[in-house]
Design a protein around this ligand. Structure first.
Ligand code: 6R9
Length: 652
């Protein structure tokens, strides 16, 4: 149960209040969201009769979602200028904590505005216009949210690429969205390591030039704590030091008022095929949805100090490091380093240092810190903490309990937020103060969200049940298309179960109506909360000259949630060796990024295939998890003998 003290002062203080608001949100979505939208700044208002236009039923033609079309606003204005006009110019917008304890900085909203405007003016001067794509490949420096906001201010479409992606992955994204400019920094320290980001960008730009996509400017932030300017490789004419140009620009920059339906950003995410999908979010609906979900999910109060450990390279960093909190005028902490450096107490050290009140993280981090023992937590007071949050994968009840009892001293509710890159913001979560919690359940839908659990045939199942999780109607934060591929948008998300948005997740609902997410039901693996398509890893493996075929499945992993398990068939005559194993793993690191490196390579003289040549992943999953008594029917295999061979080689 939420503690009575918490509920009393909570924004939503009871189940009844939630139910009343939820009812209104589904019975009159236009009225509900218009009322909320009125709290934000709009240069031109929407037509009250056309708040939402949608068709999510493929059988009725093209899938199309529009909210507040025709209205004009700007999310940077709402996140920065509006807070200054409200008298909060001197409030800290961003606290920054560097990799090493003792390195820190901060910007008030007024200072943030100056920095955003200078960069926005620079971008304008080099010819970036409304609708142009800008790639941002930066670590968690203050410059990362500054760059996002500067793009938004001038109507440019940012595409942040997580700075753990390899040169090849970066090149793939550059080739897809053809930016005029890439914004990066020379290097970054993460824990004890230095990562040379500019070198990665250089190779990505060489690769994209080979594909006839050339980028005019590589704006590089000099990160002197990681690498000296003189040591950075440089291409005159293309490369420009941020510090040499941006501070010379004026600190005032006019706003580009954009349509609510103009694109705000593109974010590439993994799907079940090899090619990442460019998820496109627009401005108005996304703005009000991220701000509103942030406010209620964390019971936000203006005095809060909020810390989300996600990187801005993922959707969580877009919606809940940058936009949602800043639009609410919240003070946000941005942390450059690694959560276990210099030791496993770092997070709690930071919590005490900044008096963090809301701490939002991923189950994988909770599990990895839990393994280090309570001692690292207990060393710090943590008494400022008020609300905890979890995202990225289902949180297992033992990690939930440790988070609740040890980190939160049994006093802070946990907001277990289920959502996706595609949904823009939270979809199912326990609003703290309103709901009795059940460890591991994401609980109930957010306002306006109508979940449906459907069976194999797409028929909605009522009551206590399990099946595929779909959503019945659009919500303001929904993605509008996949960049350059509306057909794939329809095929992936709206065709599997006509009339619904299909999430790709399995889900059950218990007798009290609580939702329990059970993980992906497609060929996507969730490693430490990062989505990785099995096909992406397979295509990286088979690009190795000695690899003939590969099949990748997810297996349970104590810390990461899921680990990557790769079955690999070598080219005829090539012997297995430790060296080859390492070289295959390196290939994946180079092509995707270190976070996608397989945990296990399983040598496979042959793969279990049906007579039509389809790999039976069901069997591979059982072998990978060593559930050898549960292999099921293998009689439809073209060669059932391969299964015994694979089992014999399991621990080689
Ligand atoms: C926000 C984010 C989305 C997938 C999603 C689901 C899993 C995320 C979860 C969760 C259970 C939660 N997921 N949060 N599963 N409980 N609280 O992570 O976006 O990277 O697109 O991943 O992550 O499987 O479908 P994204």
């Amino acid at each position: 149960m939420p503690s009575p003290g918490f509920s009393q002062s909570a924004l939503i203080s009871s189940q009844e209040q939630y139910e009343k608001m939820y009812k209104k949100s589904v019975e009159d979505p236009a009225g509900f969201w218009s009322e909320i939208a009125s709290e934000f700044y709009w240069e031109e208002k929407w037509n009250p009769n056309e708040v939402c236009k949608e068709n999510i039923d493929v059988t009725n033609g093209r899938v199309n979602i529009e909210w507040f079309k025709g209205a004009k606003t700007n999310i940077c204005y709402n996140a920065v200028d509006r807070n200054i006009s409200a008298g909060n110019g001197d409030k800290v917008a961003i606290y920054w904590e560097g990799n090493e304890p003792g390195q820190d900085g901060q910007l008030t909203f007024a200072q943030l505005l100056d920095r955003v405007c200078q960069l926005a003016n620079y971008l304008k001067q080099v010819g970036v216009k409304k609708g142009d794509a800008v790639i941002i490949y930066l670590p968690m420096l203050m410059e990362l949210p500054i760059a996002m906001l500067a793009c938004a201010r001038i109507g440019a479409v940012h595409s942040v690429v997580f700075a753990g992606f390899s040169a090849e992955s970066l090149a793939q994204r550059i080739i897809d969205c053809k930016p005029k400019i890439v914004i990066t920094c020379n290097a970054v320290r993460r824990g004890p390591k230095v990562i040379f980001l500019k070198d990665i960008v250089d190779s990505a730009l060489t690769e994209s030039a080979k594909n006839n996509v050339s980028v005019d400017i590589c704006l590089t932030y000099e990160n002197p704590l990681a690498m000296k300017r003189e040591e950075t490789k440089w291409q005159d004419g293309r490369d420009v030091w941020w510090q040499d140009v941006v501070p010379n620009f004026p600190t005032k920059c006019d706003i580009e008022w954009v349509d609510a339906e103009d694109p705000l950003f593109l974010l590439y995410t993994s799907g079940s095929t090899g090619k990442p999908k460019g998820v496109l979010h627009t401005t108005g609906g996304y703005m009000i949805y991220t701000a509103t979900t942030f406010k209620y999910a964390f019971d936000y109060k203006p005095s809060d100090i909020y810390w989300c450990t996600a990187d801005c390279g993922w959707i969580t960093g877009h919606s809940y490091v940058t936009y949602g909190p800043l639009v609410n005028g919240a003070s946000v902490l941005v942390f450059e380093g690694a959560p276990n450096y210099p030791d496993a107490g770092r997070c709690w050290d930071i919590v005490d240092k900044y008096k963090v009140t809301i701490f939002y993280t991923a189950p994988t981090l909770v599990r990895s810190l839990m393994r280090e023992g309570d001692e690292f937590v207990k060393r710090y007071s943590r008494k400022s903490l008020r609300v905890l949050g979890s995202v990225g994968e289902p949180i297992n009840p033992s990690a939930w309990r440790w988070f609740f009892n040890v980190v939160g001293d049994s006093r802070c509710p946990i907001s277990d937020t289920w959502w996706q890159t595609e949904t823009g913001g939270f979809m199912i979560l326990p609003i703290p103060g309103a709901w009795p919690q059940k460890p591991g359940s994401a609980t109930f839908p957010f306002f306006g969200v109508q979940p449906a659990i459907v069976d194999e045939k797409g028929k909605e199942i009522e009551g206590e049940c399990s099946g595929y999780l779909c959503i019945k109607k659009s919500w303001p934060g929904a993605f509008r298309t996949l960049y350059g591929d509306h057909e794939r948008y329809e095929t992936t998300y709206f065709k599997p179960f006509a009339g619904y948005y299909f999430t790709g997740d399995g889900c059950s609902r218990d007798k009290d109506g609580y939702y329990w997410l059970t993980g992906r039901v497609d060929d996507v693996i969730n490693v430490s909360g990062h989505r990785i398509g099995t096909a992406e890893v397979e295509s990286a493996l088979v690009s190795h000259p000695q690899c003939a075929e590969a099949a990748v499945v997810g297996v349970e992993h104590e810390v990461k949630g899921q680990g990557i398990y790769a079955f690999v068939t070598l080219v005829e005559g090539v012997p297995y060796s430790e060296e080859l194993r390492k070289s295959l793993i390196l290939t994946v690191r180079n092509q995707i990024g270190a976070f996608a490196a397989p945990d296990k390579i399983h040598w496979a003289p042959g793969l279990p295939k049906t007579r039509s040549g389809k790999i039976m992943r069901r069997i591979l999953r059982k072998i990978a998890s060593r559930q050898l008594n549960e292999l099921g029917d293998t009689s439809t295999l073209a060669d059932p003998g391969v299964v015994d061979q694979l089992i014999a080689l399991a621990d080689c």
